[in-house]
Design a protein around this ligand. Structure first.
Ligand code: ARG
Length: 463
């Protein structure tokens, strides 16, 4: 058994120090040192407020301010000695501050607790990540807009059930992802706005009897206002869950796109060529060029969902207010944030660099009877047939083409007339893929003109 002296920060009532196992399970310094700069920022705002309200003297506040800057430079310079015995970033910083400035350091913790301190630090950290996510999403959307603009009229097959459905344009497909990531962007902004309330000054759980000014610290830290209920302030981790849910939905979008890139870059599809910069080779098969970045993006989603589910479970049974369970919030959010930012950057790079193989896209667009719906629509429009009958007639023509081993435009007029005697040669005009996509001019449709309208709309939005 380790015999240790009790903790200098809270050990007044303790006769003995913690068991080594206790210290190991209790400490968070191994990971919460990532919040060092946020911790120091929060402490500086708190100290300035304590002086402004006359709770501590100006000279003590100045000593604290200078000392905290020294601590920050030690941490940034890599010379800071983190101690597990001091549990977490908050006590590591305060203890070092005491070594540097002596007695005034002990006044810093007036009118606050580690409970509001950790909530504040973590919020500041997550808020930075929301900002990083916003920038990452905008960059990704811009890369997609570049592809969409270049290929507004490149035809490719559109799929349902991954079976050829109708021809679409490359630009239209890219713009579908712009819509998805655009919703993610609005979710990020929404969540960031909602979370921007300061927990600092909620103290342990009940507020404090010191005449603190929570509005002042909130403003200094860039929050919109102080949170309105001290119990909620110290026990709320919704902001982290909002972060993880937005991350999860974005990751799902990233993964769907990554899956398409894996399929599209295969020798069987050849829809796209990924750049060498975002591919890898095989150590045994010289011909291989693997879409590893896309596969890893697809896989990162697992970690992000895991973090989301994990934190939901940590939080779900906790009575108000703070419980130590909540220390388990950080690692998962750190890991999810790293995975999310990296996946977005990798996707942006891949999208910017990839080349659409227009010939393969076009050939695929015309195969698989992709203009069957255009044929049925023609029967409705020109011959006045009810759509259900037109659908049936077209079906018999598809079966005929299949039996002859050709596509719809390869059928003869006699073939067409065998299905319905009123069909004329004009029908062949609608069986071409370019014609097909050009005709889909409904708002939000795949026609190149519609795609260009949407590209412009997004450019204006992001201006
Ligand atoms: N390391 C703790 C955490 O991450 C800080 C808050 C500790 N508060 C307490 N009363 N033990 O949650």
């Amino acid at each position: 058994m380790t015999k240790k002296t009790s903790n200098t920060m809270w050990g007044g009532r303790f006769a003995a120090g913690p068991d080594a196992i206790m210290e190991a399970i209790n400490a968070s310094i191994g990971f919460d040192q990532r919040m060092a700069s946020q911790d120091i920022e929060g402490s500086r705002a708190h100290a300035a407020m304590l002086a402004a309200t006359g709770i501590i003297t100006d000279s003590d506040a100045e000593a604290i301010r200078e000392g905290l800057l020294t601590v920050l430079s030690e941490i940034e310079g890599g010379t800071f000695q983190f101690s597990t015995a001091l549990e977490d970033i908050h006590m590591n910083v305060e203890s070092r501050l005491k070594e540097i400035i002596g007695e005034p350091a002990g006044r810093l913790h007036t009118g606050r607790s580690r409970n509001d301190q950790v909530a504040t630090d973590f919020k500041l950290w997550v808020r930075d990540q929301f900002d990083a996510a916003e920038a990452g999403l905008i960059a990704l959307i811009q890369a997609l807009l570049g592809q969409a603009e270049a290929g507004a009229d490149w035809v490719m097959p559109g799929f349902t059930h991954l079976q050829t459905a109708q021809p679409v344009t490359w630009g239209h497909h890219m713009m579908a992802y712009v819509e998805m990531f655009g919703r993610d962007l609005s979710r990020v902004r929404d969540a960031r706005k909602r979370m921007n309330e300061s927990p600092l000054g909620a103290a342990a759980l009940a507020g404090t009897s010191f005449p603190i000014d929570r509005h002042m610290t909130a403003e200094a830290l860039g929050f919109d206002r102080p949170s309105a209920n001290s119990l909620d302030a110290v026990s709320d981790r919704d902001f982290a869950l909002d972060f993880l849910s937005v991350a999860s939905i974005t990751a799902m979008h990233l993964s769907r796109f990554a899956e398409e890139l894996v399929i599209w870059s295969s020798a069987q599809f050849r829809f796209v060529t990924l750049s060498d910069r975002f591919s890898t080779g095989s150590s045994i098969m010289p011909q291989k060029k693997n879409p590893d970045a896309a596969e890893l993006i697809r896989a990162k989603v697992g970690r992000i969902y895991g973090a989301n589910t994990g934190l939901m479970i940590v939080m779900k049974g906790l009575p108000l207010a703070y419980s130590k369970d909540m220390q388990e919030d950080k690692e998962q959010v750190f890991d999810a944030a790293d995975s999310w930012m990296l996946a977005m950057a990798a996707m942006e790079g891949m999208v910017k660099d990839m080349t659409a193989n227009c010939d393969s896209l076009k050939a695929a667009a015309g195969s698989g009877f992709s203009t069957a719906t255009d044929l049925a629509d023609w029967l409705v429009r020109v011959l006045g047939m009810p759509f259900r009958d037109a659908h049936h007639v077209t079906g018999t023509l598809v079966a005929l083409a299949e039996s002859k081993g050709c596509d719809l435009p390869d059928l003869t007029l006699e073939d067409m007339k065998s299905a319905h005697e009123n069909i004329t040669a004009e029908v062949f005009d609608v069986l071409g893929v370019q014609n097909s996509v050009d005709s889909r001019m409904s708002y939000g449709g795949t026609a190149p003109a519609q795609v260009r309208i949407q590209v412009q709309r997004w450019k204006d939005i992001l201006k």
